[in-house]
Design a protein around this ligand. Structure first.
Ligand SMILES: [Zn+2]
Length: 102
């Protein structure tokens, strides 16, 4: 159990995330992702917030959610994970981040 490998898993997870959420991921990869969530609170919270947004989008009787918007969201969150310093788990505010909440 090394921190380094853990961080690497986070990156892999971020790369698969949109497929995972779309249910397009192969079953064994889904299992990988699920296992990672159990072990990594940072990613678990991250995906929970993402799923909440998706659910809201699905409930709205509005025009189909723009895939580009979702893509942008996934990428914003992905960069958050991949740029997060190891050991800063649970700290949502990154003083170095230049992104602003909507
Ligand atoms: Zn993780």
């Amino acid at each position: 159990m090394s921190e380094h490998r853990h961080d690497e898993n986070c990156r892999e997870l971020a790369a698969r995330l949109s497929e995972y959420l779309d249910g397009e991921l192969a079953e064994d990869l889904v299992r990988d992702v699920d296992e990672h969530f159990h072990a990594c609170q940072r990613c678990e919270e991250f995906v929970e917030s993402l799923e909440r947004v998706r659910r809201l989008g699905a409930l709205l009787p509005a025009p189909a959610p723009a895939p580009e918007r979702r893509k942008a969201l996934v990428e914003a969150l992905r960069s958050k994970i991949t740029s997060g310093a190891p050991g800063s788990d649970g700290v949502p505010d990154d003083p170095g981040a230049s992104e602003e909440p909507p």
